[in-house]
Design a protein around this ligand. Structure first.
Ligand code: HEM
Length: 509
């Protein structure tokens, strides 16, 4: 599609309400009647514009200056990650401020259907990208500055599993455009408008198309579990739900209250984006559950297989937390955001340091958010998860053979996105210090048993078998052996998602 002056102006009028003082009256007309986001009942609703405005006023947050993807979590319907290289920095900078900024969607715009654009557009830059644009300031995050490839061994990754585009030094991965909408056509047409406006100043390095899973699996990741339930509430943005962690805005947003690191002032209201392409071996995972089904009396074999999966994740596929309903799913509880996060691993008369009957110490949600294991006093190691599944559903042939196809077009997994003001206390901490660490003492110094690795995302040393304890409620000392990982890191990159004012005043200057 050819990019016309009219479409540029229209896009500007439609999408940059935040920055245009004298808007023509029709620019404020609602242009959407259905949301670009999904909103399954289990996922907490976003605040209304009015709620967010009064919350943000109380802490001085400017939601019109914050890119729209950062605080909304895993609610995307379809999302394209378009990784690019800047081939003509001078021209790119000129076009970024003049032509691309109007496409960039703010948080305020996303909150109401009537102000949502056709396609949510966000942009983020790697350290290499900022350097290419002549930005020499130290953003105060060493992992970001070094890039994810340099962090791969700390994360436990096997770089031979990485896709070449994340590893090849000739691929100058300078940035990523995130384009999200309810229809692929919208994404494609917005991307071609942006590419036309950029007029050859960027080139595509790689892209990943994510989409919510179909039908009743909408909001569920590929293993089948409802996702996007538990993100921390952000002071100044969202209202804390029962059981939900509440963190200062500066845990997610650079330069805001709670971010103790010295940063250049222009970086305020940006956020570091940790991107990971996490392949999921779904047929193998399903077979593992069947082969190692637990032996709870009064449950069928299928139910015992489901129970094992729920204990590995910490939630049933519906999203109901096993800490509240340890032996049977509860879909009503799962669908109620007032209840489905309201647990902390303690119970009356229950010894949290020894008793894994409700939830194993190693369950994915317990490893990545230990709640009362850390006295509910951890206000630092939190992220906003904003990823989306990618790849097709399991084919009949894969299901019949219990094996993922080697056809790359059938690869599936999670396009994982985490936002935080410090990658070292956010994503990298959760992955390295908690999920991968079998003898994690930080989490549970006085506990009777080592926690074990996270069976979902913990990475086995040298891809060998590993034992996970605590999964069997009848005998928590019994180890279950996993001969393979069901989540394989295919690599990624660390980016910085700047504020709209930084895009206008610093990155384009
Ligand atoms: C393919 C890989 C992954 C899958 C399938 C997966 C799946 C899930 C599911 C189903 C939940 C429960 C739903 C919810 O609470 O929203 C969850 C929660 C969570 N995951 Fe993951 N996840 C993956 C990767 C990761 C990674 C890499 C991290 C960070 C290093 C992570 C951090 C978390 C956190 C912090 C929670 C919320 C825990 C809580 O507050 O209770 N996940 N994940």
């Amino acid at each position: 599609m050819k990019f016309t002056h009219f479409s540029l102006l229209a896009a500007f009028a439609l999408q940059s309400v935040y920055s245009v003082p004298n808007l023509p009256s029709d620019a404020l007309k609602p242009r959407r009647t259905s949301s670009i986001l999904i909103n399954p009942p289990a996922q907490p609703p976003l605040p209304s514009v009015q709620e967010a405005a009064s919350a943000s006023a109380s802490v001085g947050l400017n939601l019109t200056n914050i890119q729209g993807d950062i605080l909304i979590g895993m609610k995307k319907n379809k999302e394209l990650f378009f990784f690019f290289s800047i081939v003509d920095p001078t021209s790119f900078k000129a076009q970024l401020g003049a032509d691309i900024l109007p496409f960039i969607t703010s948080t305020t715009q996303v909150l109401d259907v009537s102000t949502q654009p056709e396609t949510l557009v966000n942009i983020a830059f790697s350290q290499k990208g900022l350097t290419e644009l002549g930005i020499t300031d130290n953003l105060g995050d060493t992992l970001f500055a070094a890039g994810q490839l340099n962090d791969a061994s700390n994360l436990g990754d096997t770089t031979s599993d990485w896709v070449s585009e994340f590893i090849d030094p000739n691929n100058l991965l300078h940035g990523v455009l995130l384009l999200a909408s309810d229809a692929t056509d919208n994404i494609n047409s917005t991307l071609s408008q942006i590419q036309n406006a950029l007029n050859g100043s960027i080139s595509e390095v790689y892209s990943i198309q994510g989409q919510a899973r179909p039908g009743d699996q909408q909001g569920h990741e590929h293993f089948g579990f409802m996702d996007g339930i538990s993100n921390p509430a952000i002071a100044g943005f969202s209202t804390q739900l029962p059981g939900q962690a509440l963190v200062a805005p500066g845990i997610i947003l650079v330069g805001e209250g709670g971010d103790g690191t010295a940063r250049p002032s222009w970086a305020t209201d940006g956020s570091f984006l940790a991107f990971r392409q996490l392949e999921q071996r779904v047929p193998e995972f399903t077979k593992f559950l069947i082969d190692n089904a637990l032996s709870e009396p009064n449950l069928t074999a299928d139910q015992n297989a489901e129970l094992l999966g729920a204990r590995m994740m910490g939630r049933w596929k519906s999203g109901a937390p096993i800490d509240l309903t340890p032996l049977a799913d509860d879909p009503v509880l799962a669908a109620d955001p007032q209840q489905n996060n309201n647990f902390n691993y303690s119970h009356p008369g229950f010894n949290i340091t020894t008793d894994q009957s409700h939830c194993p110490f190693s369950a994915h949600v317990r490893k990545t958010n230990p709640r009362l294991d850390l006295n509910n006093a951890n206000f630092t190691n939190h992220i906003i998860r904003a990823g989306i599944p990618y790849g097709p559903e399991v084919t009949d042939a894969e299901a019949a053979s219990n094996t993922s196809s080697t056809d790359p077009s059938l690869e599936r997994g999670l396009a994982f996105v985490a936002y935080q003001s410090s990658i070292g206390t956010g994503f990298a901490f959760l992955q390295q210090k908690w999920a991968n660490n079998a003898n994690d003492k930080n989490c549970a110094s006085s506990y009777s048993l080592p926690q074990g690795q996270d069976p979902i995302i913990g990475i086995a040393p040298e891809d060998g078998p590993r034992s996970v304890g605590g999964l069997d409620p009848l005998d928590p000392t019994r180890d279950i052996t996993m001969n393979q990982d069901f989540v394989i890191s295919r690599g990624g990159e660390y980016f910085f998602s700047p504020s709209l004012s930084a895009i206008q005043n610093t990155l384009s200057a």
